[in-house]
Design a protein. Structure first.
Length: 97
């Protein structure tokens, strides 16, 4: 299914006015999506690293709401087991610092 994403202009095109441009990607061909911080013209942009099954990679500034929701929700994930103690994502972060 085609969905609209906004991906960064290439590093060579950073002199263009717009930061990103719209692109339609087949969500059935996405291998992985990961949240990342992107450096763009000296600024940090919250974004997404998208890897397609073909090997093509994109730095996206915006993704469909359904994909962002999947990355943000923890309710479908199991608890982490460390030395017999079950920790959720929030407690795991604070216990590791």
């Amino acid at each position: 299914m085609l969905q609209r994403f906004s991906v960064l202009n290439s590093e060579n095109d950073q002199n263009l006015e717009g930061i990103d441009y719209p692109i339609l990607l087949n969500t059935n061909q996405i291998a992985s999506v990961k949240k990342i911080n992107i450096m763009f013209k000296g600024n940090i942009i919250k974004g997404f690293w998208i890897r397609m099954v073909s090997g093509k990679k994109y730095k996206a500034t915006r993704v469909p709401a359904e994909i962002k929701k999947l990355l943000d929700e923890d309710e479908d994930l199991t608890m982490v087991d460390i030395n017999g103690q079950k920790l959720d994502g929030n407690r795991l972060e604070s216990s590791l610092h």
